[in-house]
Design a protein. Structure first.
Length: 461
């Protein structure tokens, strides 16, 4: 018996930025979605005679782009926003670890809902979460995060994090907030085997993700890399975020972060690292040579006074670079589309000034660049036939944008554009700026209550 024909959605009359390898754009074009794939994209109206069309969208006044891809986040921080607002990274971590060490499964699930909802309504179709805090007796934190992503309908990568270097070992986390080496490796392997989907249209993938050099032993870094490669999944961690980290690595390991990462097997095309602010020419060359990816988090870097990452130099060297929100305790807005603008503006404060980045490079970072960093550039990140139907319709004819002739410039440099529709895997999850898969008001109330509950528990010590 023949399989039923895929249902088609036709989108017409919109500007299109495909973000493909050639930077193809259409001033007025069409998209045809068949099931969960993009069937066609091009200038003018859709082809005549299409069968099984269940919906037609007149997208006049809109810009269609690939869905945004977030490459670094910490969802649990949604319930600790607005704290330690005048701290650098190390002082901020010291201030907040005692609170984070008391999270539980319900808090983590609710915080994931808040983080995902905020990103999704702002154009993110693929999210990731680097979750590395696993207090003893806190429940199934990884499962709760994956469940929240599935319920909201967002494509998702869980970077299953871990820490085994606590205060007694010279690290920053409290002793009861870390795992043993053996426990972290076993739990990470179980998470991969239970939840990772390697298929083309996977909605959930898992990466191996020890937290950072100053909260993880060398053994966990090395054995984590070996585990990831044995299981065939990607690797993620924090790297070169601050000058304090550089000093820490030299004092503890006798070398800088990049050399340390290379010594533990943590450079390669299956690796991406968050931040990478303080990179020398030789560091950038090593990342380019090994195709190690970078999650650039401009707002968080500014919030924590970490510095300006050398993104233009990385791109020119061939380093894969995407954008990240980072945790919402250091980027309280929790939205990736603001990072398009901030990536462009903050990098223009650096050495390259006005030549640092342009609007189309910023959009590329937030879409195709992010897909490459997550190892999924063959499936998402651009609007091309055969790729997964993850896309956004941004409304560009309102007061905020109507007088800007170039829609890509309007999207990146203008005010946050309204999301009229967002599709993930061919399914619409946002309409007119509101989630279709969850009730935002209910999530807001739940996150407020869980934030208060965590504060009460912390206050009791």
């Amino acid at each position: 018996m023949a399989a039923p024909a895929a249902q088609r959605t036709v989108i017409e009359n919109c500007a299109i930025a495909t973000v493909d390898a050639g930077g193809t754009e259409h001033a007025s074009g069409h998209l045809v979605l068949a099931g969960n794939r993009i069937e066609s994209v091009g200038a003018g109206r859709a082809p005549e005679g299409l069968e099984n069309v269940v919906r037609r969208i007149d997208a006049t006044g809109h810009l269609a782009t690939p869905g945004l891809v977030n490459t670094h986040h910490h969802f649990y921080q949604w319930i600790t926003r607005g704290l330690a607002t005048d701290h650098n990274l190390f002082d901020w971590l010291v201030a907040l670890y005692p609170t984070w060490a008391r999270i539980d499964e319900q808090m983590t699930y609710t915080a994931a809902q808040g983080s995902l909802a905020m990103m999704a309504r702002g154009g993110v179709t693929t999210a990731m979460d680097h979750h590395y805090v696993h207090p003893r007796g806190s429940g199934d934190l990884s499962g709760s995060i994956i469940r929240a992503a599935a319920e909201l309908g967002v494509r998702f990568t869980l970077a299953r994090g871990s820490m085994d270097r606590s205060e007694k070992d010279g690290g920053l986390p409290p002793d009861f907030a870390v795992e043993t080496l053996e426990g972290a490796l076993a739990a990470t392997e179980e998470t991969v085997r239970t939840h990772h989907d390697a298929s083309f249209d996977a909605m959930t993938q898992v990466a191996v993700a020890p937290c950072s050099p100053f909260s993880v032993s060398t053994e966990l870094m090395r054995e984590g890399a070996e585990l990831a490669r044995r299981l065939g999944v990607r690797l993620h961690t924090h790297g070169s975020e601050t000058v304090e980290e550089e000093k820490f690595c030299h004092e503890l390991f006798g070398m800088g972060p990049t050399d340390y990462f290379e010594s533990t097997g943590w450079l390669g095309e299956d690796v991406w690292m968050a931040h990478c602010v303080h990179m020398s020419d030789s560091d950038i060359a090593a990342f380019a040579r090994t195709k190690t990816g970078v999650a650039h988090c401009p707002s968080s870097n500014a919030r924590l006074a970490a510095g300006i990452a050398r993104v233009p130099d990385m791109l020119r060297a061939g380093v894969p670079v995407g954008l990240g929100v980072d945790g919402t305790a250091s980027n309280e807005s929790g939205e990736l589309h603001t990072e398009l603008r901030n990536a462009l503006l903050i990098n223009r404060l650096g050495a390259h000034r006005e030549a640092a980045l342009n609007a189309r490079q910023a959009l590329w970072l937030g879409t195709h660049g992010g897909a490459r960093v997550l190892g999924r550039a063959g499936q998402i990140g651009s609007l091309e036939p055969g790729k997964l139907a993850d896309l956004v319709l941004w409304r560009m004819d309102t007061l905020a944008h109507a007088s800007i002739a170039d829609p890509v410039t309007a999207l990146v440099l203008g005010a946050a554009a309204p999301v009229t529709a967002s599709f993930v895997d061919g399914r619409q999850i946002v309409e007119n700026g509101r989630l279709l898969t969850a009730d935002e008001d209910t999530i807001a109330a739940s996150t407020r209550e869980e934030a208060r509950r965590l504060a009460r528990i912390t206050a009791r010590g």
